[in-house]
Design a binder for this molecule. Structure first.
Ligand code: KG4
Ligand code: ZN
Length: 387
């Protein structure tokens, strides 16, 4: 197998990333410029600001990735870039830059689906740690700010194919973490804050019911049976997380928590880069219990549905990736529950769970081997599906 150094570029949301990965198995550099500080005052990602920040960051981030890898523009073998899904204006920054590099350097250009990147973050680190033999079929849960998707993954002669067997009908899991944190005046982004606060509360304190999807998705044509079934596929395992967010809101209203939330929000607005201790110091027991209960419900639902899908499709390996896969309770729960089923579950390291460009360069390697390059007129695809 030829050795290849691929420069990956990622700009689909609120992180500008560049990385050099050797042959899909060794990270030589992985630089991520986060925009958290830019979006924090708004409590969520502002697309126009994201594009502007990508423009500002892309050149220094790529230069640093090359120099940390001991590479140059001339020495890399190919340029890989995220084509979608993501924010159109944000994707465009990475794509335009990658096109310009590929054109000027006369290097092949590879377009990568961001979700495929999340799946290859797992594969990359497994290879890096010497575990090259994975058992198939594999089920991948991609659980991020925009997606809660289940894919059956297969590979033949370096051609990876994916079949979607479940997705969120409304909010993604990461979106629910972010919205609940915002609602409780805890700050942005919500996932990492809730992750760190939850161990300080009682996860049994508040009971939440998460919707169990029993009816077929109207977006599918052919329907039958208990779960969603579309033309060429078996059972689907869908998720729904907008209800739990509403349940948290209702709890806030009935328990009259709004004044305390507003006071916390104002106190945190006055702190530059609040630490977890700052936030925790502004939370009483009731809020900590609420946060712990919310996280427990989310994690149990994700694990229960994913493991039901794994049993149904009799998979040999489970991958869990995407930003929410950084969650400590989620990792522990999946490990425990999958372990009871005798199913190996693999995560990326926590750093590679959230958006980065190493995963894009890794996903590009099999395409490089197959000569799957894109022409200069390829476009960003904000709603790109993974197949
Ligand atoms: O994969 P990612 O970096 O970007 C997208 O592709 O969306 O995922 C970001 C999401 C955010 O919703 C963030 O709150 C969530 O992942 N997240 C977490 C944790 N770290 C990031 N959610 C729960 N626990 C965490 N530790
Ligand atoms: Zn992502």
């Amino acid at each position: 197998m030829p050795d290849a150094h691929i420069l990956g570029i990622e700009s689909s949301c609120d992180e500008t990333g560049a990385a050099v990965v050797r042959s899909g198995q060794q990270i030589l550099s992985n630089v991520v410029a986060s925009q958290i500080a830019t979006h924090q005052p708004y409590g969520g990602v502002v697309p126009e600001l994201a594009s502007r920040e990508h423009l500002r960051a892309i050149v220094p981030v790529v230069r640093r990735a090359l120099s940390e890898a001991g590479q140059t523009y001339e020495s890399v073998d190919a340029i890989a870039v995220t084509q979608g899904p993501g924010l159109a204006g944000a994707l465009l920054v990475g794509i335009s830059f990658a096109k310009a590099l590929a054109f000027a350097l006369e290097k092949p250009l590879i377009a990568v689906n961001h979700l495929e990147g999340h799946i290859h973050a797992v594969l990359l680190e497994q290879r890096q740690s010497g575990n090259a033999e994975l058992q198939f079929p594999a089920l991948a849960l991609v659980v991020s700010g925009g997606h809660t998707h289940l894919y059956l993954a297969q590979v033949r002669e370096n051609l990876w194919t994916y079949r979607n067997i479940g997705h969120t009908r409304d909010d993604a899991a990461g979106e629910a973490f972010d919205k609940v944190a915002k609602l409780l005046g805890l700050g942005y982004p919500g996932g990492p804050i809730i992750d760190r606060l939850a161990p300080h509360g009682d996860p049994q304190a508040v009971k939440f019911q998460i919707a169990q999807i029993k009816h077929p998705d109207r977006r599918d044509h052919k329907q039958s049976g208990h779960e969603r079934v579309s033309a060429d596929e078996g059972p689907h395992f869908d998720f729904s997380y907008s209800g739990i967010k509403t349940a948290v809101l209702r709890y806030v209203e009935t328990q009259n928590l709004k004044p305390a939330i507003e006071a916390r929000r104002q106190a945190l607005a006055g702190v530059d880069k609040p630490t977890l201790e700052d936030i925790r110091g502004l939370c009483d027991r009731q809020i900590l219990n609420l946060v712990a209960s919310f996280q427990r419900s989310m994690v149990n639902d994700l694990a229960m549905k994913t493991l039901a899908a794994a049993r149904e499709y009799d998979v040999r390996t489970l991958f869990v990736s995407g930003g929410v896969a950084a969650n400590r309770e989620l990792r522990a729960t999946f490990e425990r529950e999958a372990g009871m089923q005798g199913l190996p579950v693999l995560f990326p390291s926590r750093a590679l769970s959230t958006d980065n460009a190493a995963m894009i360069a890794a996903a590009a390697f099999p395409k490089f081997l197959r000569g799957e390059f894109v022409a200069m007129d390829f476009c960003a695809e904000a709603g790109m599906a993974l197949r």
